[in-house]
Design a protein around this ligand. Structure first.
Ligand SMILES: NC(=O)c1ccc[n+]([C@@H]2O[C@H](COP(=O)([O-])OP(=O)(O)OC[C@H]3O[C@@H](n4cnc5c(N)ncnc54)[C@H](O)[C@@H]3O)[C@@H](O)[C@H]2O)c1
Length: 455
């Protein structure tokens, strides 16, 4: 039976240069009697609430928050932490071991890269980055430090055993040779564009909220969402997010990414009924990627659908629209249709008896991941930093791919026109679109002066 990715990660880190056996109470050479991590929490409310319980097992020594209305919740949880407003200062808090970041998306790649540059372990909420270039910079820094720094991106659904079962079934041959994959999300958050601004309240440092992004005037809509869901108020805007391809896409594509052992695609074809809006990312689109063959499969096509665009159902009697966020895998002997927690196996053709498939025995099943956040804190502590499911290599490859979908959406199109969307060929080694020079402009975005990715 094919070995699982997690087992591979474990074996590599147990046999490779990354192995570091530490006596109890020692943390990468720093004496820490209780072996707790000194953590900076950046973006202290909203999604951060979901991390408070894990953080209570560590020392939260710094909190960074730009909204005085949100700050008291975190201060109540971690009263001993020093409070910062600017993450550039918080990252230099003395004695830090690690950073956990829950800010809006446009800070993520910056904070991830700055943390790695300071030799700090990093848990970054999804998405890890919002452009191709950001993804590549974070991955490059991470690859130099992977043997000593533990990283994780907040794709916590990955801890559900369904992720491992899908991988085992597909690698074990349950659907024969993998040929084609479709993955979709039905969330639709249409936005007209940036809103006419008003003066921000005194309680909000809007300048620091914008951070590396170009100046835009404040509007209360951007901060009035439900706790933990406020991201839906801003993540459709080009400046602050990646739209649904990187928001729910980070979770749903993870179902596929965990199976296919892909790195970067060689081509991207985008379809959308929408024309370019320079303020907001599209609602309805699909992006088809070709990934080269590897040692267990041929070339495959993976297509992401969002916002009303949907793949055809492989079975008339399975209504894919009833699965809000899901994926199907097509092999030459059958299909698997899955959501985050469930899967249906449908073998077809003359050999639908499944005799060709030897399911794993109980002791061959990948062990449960258990607690996603604690997998990271354990990896920070135990000298096995690569032993996290969604480290910055895995996650940067995936988000670079999703960002390429948005490059494909913009390529060859003028504002307000439907335009052609040509298939792009991509040179992943060099990070360049090779058949349409103008598309390379969309691999990055404008930034404000004073913010450098490599700070
Ligand atoms: N893993 C998941 O399932 C999941 C779920 C929800 C949100 N998220 C992610 O979490 C992140 C935050 O989402 P949210 O809904 O909590 O957003 P939010 O707008 O509520 O922001 C979170 C907190 O960060 C603060 N903040 C904003 N800019 C800051 C800055 N420059 N420095 C410090 N603090 C700053 C905000 O004031 C707020 O308290 C997003 O990246 C989102 O994608 C992940």
């Amino acid at each position: 039976m094919a070995i699982t990715r997690r087992q591979l990660i474990k074996r590599a880190s147990a046999t490779g240069a990354g192995l570091m056996i530490l006596p109890t109470g020692t943390l990468f050479g720093k004496n820490r009697p209780n072996n707790k991590l000194n953590i900076a929490l950046i973006g202290a409310y909203g999604r951060a609430k979901a991390h408070y319980a894990t953080l209570h097992d560590e020392n939260v020594v710094a909190i960074c928050e730009v909204n005085q209305k949100n700050l008291p919740y975190a201060v109540k949880e971690f009263p001993k932490a020093k409070v910062y407003e600017d993450w550039r200062k918080a990252l230099d808090h003395p004695g830090l071991d690690a950073v956990l970041c829950c800010t809006p998306d446009h800070h993520h790649a910056f904070i991830a890269n700055w943390s790695l540059n300071r030799d700090l372990h990093c848990f970054m909420e999804k998405p890890l980055a919002i452009t191709v270039e950001e993804s590549r910079i974070v991955r490059e820094t991470y690859m130099k430090k992977k043997d000593k720094l533990a990283t994780q991106v907040g794709m916590q659904r990955h801890a559900h055993p369904n992720f491992s079962r899908l991988r085992e079934m597909i690698h074990g041959g349950a659907i024969g040779d993998l040929r084609d994959v479709a993955v979709w999300g039905n969330r639709q958050i249409p936005k007209p564009g940036y809103l006419a601004g008003i003066q921000p309240p005194d309680t909000l440092n809007w300048d620091l909220w914008l951070g590396p992004s170009p100046y835009r005037p404040f509007h209360p809509e951007y901060v009035k969402g439900k706790v933990g869901l406020n991201c839906l108020q801003w993540n459709m805007y080009w400046d602050w997010g990646v739209g649904q391809i990187g928001d729910m896409g980070s979770h749903t594509m993870d179902l596929v990414w965990n199976v296919i052992d892909a790195e970067l695609p060689t081509s991207i074809s985008v379809a959308s009924p929408e024309s370019l809006n320079r303020d907001v990312t599209p609602v309805n689109m699909s992006a088809s990627y070709i990934f080269p063959a590897n040692d267990w499969r041929e070339d495959i096509r993976v297509t992401w659908y969002q916002g009303g665009a949907m793949p055809e159902s492989p079975l008339d009697w399975v209504n894919l629209n009833a699965i809000g966020h899901g994926a199907w895998f097509k092999g030459d002997r059958g299909f698997i249709i899955a959501d985050f927690r469930n899967r249906i196996l449908y073998p077809y053709g003359a050999q639908a008896d499944l005799t060709y498939f030897d399911p794993p025995s109980e002791d061959e099943l990948e062990p449960p991941l258990e607690h996603f956040q604690k997998q990271w804190t354990a990896a920070c502590r135990n000298g096995d930093p690569m032993n996290t499911a969604c480290n910055f290599k895995y996650s940067a490859d995936m988000i670079e791919t999703m960002c390429l979908g948005l490059v494909g959406f913009r390529a060859g199109e003028g504002e307000g026109e439907m335009g052609e969307r040509p298939t792009l060929t991509y040179d992943g080694a060099n990070g360049l679109v090779t058949n349409l020079e103008s598309a390379n402009a969309f691999l990055t975005k404008p930034y404000r002066e004073g913010y450098l990715m490599n700070g």
